[in-house]
Design a protein around this ligand. Structure first.
Ligand SMILES: Cc1ncc(C[n+]2csc(CCOP(=O)(O)OP(=O)(O)O)c2C)c(N)n1
Ligand SMILES: [Mg+2]
Length: 578
């Protein structure tokens, strides 16, 4: 065989990189958000070969920065429940994933992360061995250790022979509750292996089935809640499964139980306009409750601020009731139940239907009218009443944003100190119309909006963000990706020209301290950068800074129009300074 023939023959062989691609395609992974390097030749070659041969590969979304890649995969999975792939470069790309992995892990969002591992041969013994200086410095002591605390599985493909099986297993783990990111690596030697024929079948590797409550728990809960005088439900992420919202409404309405959304996860769990919606803070309620049912919630109350009364019976239904990945965590509860909240609520509703005699209608109707009254008062006190005409206040801006969104708009709320304002003034009434990063790492919204729009191009997406958070989001990568892959969305920057959050907390901890006296919080971004223009330079969309209250409505309407025409809009709104 001449060299050319041999080479062509070789190019058509089935490699481990091909097998990895086939596994992702078979598993239904739609997108690979990719940021490559020296570890990628076998994969890049495999994708090109497949394209040339008309064979299927996922959508390859070039992601100029890992924050955007990971947040896009998280956003995609948050709106669909389906893990996407993020391909990053060795230890360095993994380190750049950094805090975005924290968000996916804390939000219990499935993501399949892959990174190369430095080649393990150096003298030309195997295909894929080291051929450049940089490959020596890429050989860190414990690449997996970088992500171990924030992944459900963290492993290396040791051989092409089981690369499909291990990919399905990784995805099975990612998709099984509590869901979360998984991390797999491979060296080029492994990715270039060839000469095997594997045909694993994804159908045999599905996520584990959702678990419900045991019979005794169902009976105990129904009895406790139907006898209660002041029952309370607290939730934070039960709306992750959009079907769960209806079941929760049904259950709460049947018993007239107020529902508090502790919105640390910013999910739509219970309709904001439902008269049983009792706000976003358990303070003022939990102290008086005699039975509290917590459903899918990491922090139902802050123990340093408040807690249930001594006689309150607390029940906990959660997909992750022990919070095993939050070492210091405890809540006193009569019963912890590991269950899928949708399944559990269906069981509870079923039990109430089976035996309505447990319900004491006069008690329930009395409570219903009381809770409705509380809801009305609460909404009245939240109403924007106008006032400051000289500045754009967060309240005024939020009222204006409310006018350009509707019940179907998907809102990504990554405002920080203005988050309660957004929660209160833009109630969400439809499941799946509110998302947050789920953890504490700022900079999720931009990538997440790209991912969500890739998954659901028909949706209108509006991202609300602080100015500091906007910078964390890597806007040059985000708006380039949005333009390249046609994912228009609107961003509104709540620009108070600084980090209000660290300032607020310092002032509250040291009210008479030096920082307060000198007004020195190291939190100012003054003079502010033209953040809108950063996005425009990257993606060419609509960009405007607005500081006149009389112009806000007009600019938001123009931004919405630009998005309808297929561009991103970034509206940088100047608020009173931090
Ligand atoms: C990646 C990351 N770095 C730092 C922080 C710490 N942090 C919490 S809030 C905050 C300020 C956010 O500023 P901005 O988005 O402008 O919102 P504001 O506080 O002004 O409302 C910072 C720096 C964080 N949460 N995540
Ligand atoms: Mg700010």
């Amino acid at each position: 065989m001449g060299f050319n023939m041999q080479n062509r023959y070789k190019q058509q062989r089935y490699t481990a990189a091909d097998a990895l691609n086939d596994a992702l395609v078979t598993a239904g992974v739609d997108c690979v958000f990719v940021n490559t390097g020296t570890d990628y030749p076998p994969i890049i070659e495999s994708w090109a070969k497949y394209e040339a041969q008309g064979r299927k590969i996922p959508r390859i979304i070039t992601s100029p920065q890992e924050t955007a890649a990971m947040s896009a995969a998280q956003g995609y999975a948050q709106i669909t429940g389906e893990a996407q792939a993020v391909f990053v470069h060795l230890d360095t790309g993994t380190q750049n994933l950094g805090c975005t992995l924290h968000n996916a892990f804390r939000a219990r969002t499935p993501v399949f992360v892959f990174a190369g591992l430095a080649p393990y041969t150096i003298e030309g013994e195997l295909h894929g061995g080291r051929t450049s200086h940089i490959q020596f410095s890429q050989n860190g002591a414990d690449q997996h250790g970088i992500v171990r605390g924030y992944t459900k599985l963290c492993y290396d493909y040791r051989s092409g022979h089981n690369i499909q099986q291990m990919t399905y297993r990784a995805l099975q783990i990612a998709h099984s509750e509590p869901m979360g990111p998984v991390y797999m690596t491979a060296t080029c030697e492994v990715l270039e292996e060839e000469g095997f024929d594997i045909r694993a079948d994804m159908l045999e590797w599905g996520a584990i089935s959702p678990a419900g409550l045991d019979d005794e728990s169902v009976k105990t809960l129904v009895l406790a809640l139907s006898k209660a005088k002041k029952p309370l439900i607290i939730t934070s992420y039960s709306g992750r499964n959009t079907q769960c919202v209806g079941e929760l409404v049904k259950f709460a309405e049947k018993l007239a139980i107020p529902v508090i959304e502790v919105n640390e996860q910013a999910r739509m769990n219970f309709p904001g306009d439902n008269p049983l919606h009792a706000g976003f803070d358990s303070r003022g309620f939990i102290e008086y409750a005699d039975v509290a049912l917590i459903i899918d919630c990491d922090v139902p109350w802050i123990p340093a601020h408040t807690k249930p009364g001594d006689n309150c019976r607390v029940f906990y239904i959660d997909i992750d009731p022990l919070k095993e990945d939050i070492p210091l965590w405890y809540v006193r509860a009569e019963k912890f139940m590991r269950a899928d909240s949708y399944t559990a609520l269906r069981q509870l509703n079923g039990e109430l239907e089976k035996d309505p005699s447990v319900l004491n209608e006069s008690v329930i109707e009395f409570r219903r009218s009381k809770v409705h009254e509380i809801h009305r008062h609460m909404r009245e006190s939240w109403k924007y009443t106008g006032g400051d005409e000289e500045h754009i206040t967060p309240e005024f801006l939020t009222m204006c944003v409310r006018e350009v969104v509707d019940d179907d708009t998907v809102i990504l709320n990554e405002t920080v100190t203005d988050r309660p304002v957004v929660d209160r003034l833009i109630p969400r009434n439809k499941p799946g119309t509110l998302f947050g990063k789920g953890g504490g790492a700022l900079g999720w919204h931009g990538g997440a909006a790209v991912g969500m729009k890739l998954a659901r191009p028909e949706k209108d997406i509006v991202a609300l963000t602080g100015d500091g958070t906007f910078i964390f989001s890597c806007p040059t990568a985000v708006y380039w990706m949005a333009a390249k892959y046609n994912t228009p969305f609107m961003t509104v920057i709540y620009n108070n020209q600084g980090w209000n959050a660290p300032k607020q907390i310092t002032a509250s901890r040291f009210p008479d301290g030096f920082a307060v006296k000198a007004n020195s919080f190291r939190a100012s971004f003054e003079p502010s950068a033209r953040l809108d223009l950063v996005a425009q330079a990257a993606g060419g969309g609509f960009a405007k800074t607005v500081s006149d209250p009389n112009e806000v409505r007009q600019v938001l309407a123009e931004g919405r129009e630009a998005v309808r025409e297929g561009k991103c809009a970034v509206i940088n709104v100047m608020l009173p300074k931090v």
